[in-house]
Design a binder for this molecule. Structure first.
Ligand code: AHR
Length: 568
């Protein structure tokens, strides 16, 4: 189905809230002096009427008492490192994830640096993106890197995602430039499905060789004499499905060859900063997936010098059922509760696959890397279904916080995660439409969590209580704490309950906690979203705790995500 940018701008949901002053100035409306006099005279009357209405509403509204929660944090018992790579992003050649989202070309009127949008770069820099997984996803197993280098790009179709033209204007050099501009690292997925070991091995030599090989010279001639750093290497993507529909045994045979021959030659990555190789892992919890993990991990236990892996990928989206039918905006508490209940299944999934990994790798050398996760909803009406366009609401912010906390609690094994996807696709950080850009509620969660990157987990104990809605019961409160690289104690608390505020009593041992302050993210409705016209519907506000003896007391809004640092 053909899909133009104009169609797409219609498809982005816009807030019906347009301020009166904006409307009048847009229409060139200037009130006459008699109208102004009349409005001055009416003002006190109107104000009185407004106060009466407010009082009536306040009396009539049911008083939802704040639920008390005690949180005990023992800062003297540090746990695992919360790897910054848990905050990784994913950018696939899919819909407007790359084209329009990142790449506009250097001729564009949209401010850019060598074709890469300046507004997007500035926004991403602020969330300290540790790595970006590219070029897919399913796209990666049909990608041929030579199509995207040099002055003459090969124009192809993108059969996985809408069958649209893939101009290959954004290739290796553009990706590496983008990574550099946002201060991140490359997680490159090589084509195991339709490519060859030779092709992938050449790509790595092209990117990383420092000596004067033919490929190194070609890279230099294309504008980059210095070798690129490839921090992470994906050995295929979903090879059990869009990546070639392989059995675990067949994948294993193939993967070993890629692991051996696809080498990184960057001298800076020889001793330290070695490239981490991530094998394809499970996509769910059923036997098909546990068999997959068993097969790869059992082989790993017996691996020889000639092949190795450092991570096993896992993909798990919050969908409820396929095809994704839940709305990304315009939903109520039912869908809120059901989606959040479903997203908590991530914990069991990690436990299940970690247990298998533990059998074959008790030293935890192989990380579990959840390199595709997030809420996957029905495409926005009017959008190309192959472009996976959805809005991003307060519910998604809460979903993100719950998942990040799950990853952090398993930080000894889960050392990487990539939310899907960074811009304009699925649970995005950023939405763009031509020159417009808006930051989503999920973006703000990532910003609030920056202090947790490379922090050290600290245990928190609390009675979460429960939030019940119709058939769904889930923990009312979630919390996570860590000692940041800055030496401070950082605490995250999510109040899942959309009806009740929470009064949190923080008891911190191991440090002398004097005060705490930070940011909290909430909004009027569970499906509140930011739009191009109203970008500040869901943005963080400051929050602070009051000291009460040796405790700190914090008032949390219903349906909120809060991150505070504790001062000693
Ligand atoms: O993120 C969208 C798609 O979901 C990816 O291309 C694929 O790996 C997964 O099935």
């Amino acid at each position: 189905m053909a899909f133009t940018l104009a169609d797409r701008s219609q498809s982005i949901v816009r807030s019906p809230t347009v301020h009166a002053d904006t409307l009048s100035s847009r229409r060139g409306f200037v009130p006459s002096s008699s109208v102004r006099r009349l409005s001055r005279a009416l003002r006190p009357l109107l104000m009185r009427a407004f106060l009466v209405v407010l009082t009536v509403v306040a009396i009539a509204a049911p008083r939802m008492a704040a639920q008390k929660v005690e949180l005990s944090i023992d800062a003297s018992k540090p746990g695992a490192k919360i790897d910054r790579n848990l905050f990784g992003q994913f950018a696939e050649h899919l819909g407007h994830g790359i084209y329009d989202g990142i790449w506009v070309g250097s001729d564009s009127t949209i401010p850019n640096t060598r074709g890469i949008r300046n507004d997007v770069v500035a926004a991403l820099k602020a969330i300290h993106v540790p790595n970006v997984r590219w070029p897919g996803g399913c796209f990666a197993d049909g990608y041929h890197w030579r199509d995207g280098i040099g002055p003459q790009r090969v124009v192809r179709l993108n059969p996985d995602w809408g069958g649209v033209i893939e101009p290959n204007a954004f290739g290796t050099h553009e990706f590496m430039d983008f990574i550099d501009q946002i201060g991140s690292e490359a997680y490159v997925s090589v084509n195991v499905g339709s490519g060859t070991v030779h092709e992938a091995s050449d790509w790595l030599e092209y990117m990383t060789a420092a000596q004067a090989t033919t490929l190194e010279k070609e890279r230099a001639a294309n504008g980059h004499p210095a070798p690129y750093k490839v921090a992470l290497l994906g050995l295929g993507n979903e090879s059990w499905d869009c990546g070639g529909n392989m059995t675990p045994e067949y994948y294993l045979d193939r993967m070993k060859r890629f692991s051996h021959f696809v080498r990184n030659y960057n001298p800076a990555q020889m001793e330290k900063d070695q490239m981490l190789k991530i094998a394809v892992g499970p996509g769910g919890g059923e036997q098909r997936w546990t068999d997959w993990t068993e097969t790869v991990m059992k082989a790993y236990q017996q691996h020889t010098w000639s092949w190795d892996i450092n991570g096993l990928s896992m993909h798990s989206y919050t969908v409820v059922k396929w095809p994704p039918a839940f709305k990304s905006v315009g939903f109520g508490e039912d869908e809120y509760a059901q989606i959040l209940k479903t997203t908590l299944e991530m914990d069991d999934l990690i436990k299940k696959h970690s247990a298998i990994m533990e059998k074959y790798d008790p030293q935890k050398k192989v990380a579990l890397v959840v390199d595709e996760w997030g809420g996957w909803y029905a495409p926005l009406p009017g959008s190309n279904p192959g472009f996976l366009v959805q809005q991003n609401s307060l519910r998604d912010a809460i979903l993100a916080a719950l998942n990040i906390n799950i990853f952090a609690r398993h930080a000894d094994r889960v050392r990487g995660a990539n939310i899907a996807q960074m811009i304009n696709v699925l649970q995005a950080m950023i939405l763009t439409d031509h020159e417009k850009m808006v930051l989503t509620p999920t973006y703000y969660v990532y910003k609030m969590y920056v202090p947790f990157q490379d922090s050290t987990f600290v245990p928190v104990s609390f009675d979460a209580g429960s939030y019940k809605h119709n058939d769904f019961t889930l923990p009312r409160i979630d919390a996570m704490a860590a000692k940041g690289k800055d030496g401070k104690l950082w605490v995250e608390i999510t109040n899942v309950d959309p009806q009740h505020a929470a009064e949190v009593e923080l008891n911190v041992t191991g440090i002398n906690a004097k005060s705490a302050s930070g940011e909290t993210l909430t909004a009027p409705k569970v499906d509140s979203v930011n739009t191009f016209e109203a970008p500040n519907n869901v943005v963080p506000n400051t929050i602070s705790a009051r000291a009460q003896g040796s405790k700190l007391i914090l008032q949390l809004e219903p349906k909120s995500v809060t991150v505070i640092s504790v001062e000693q």
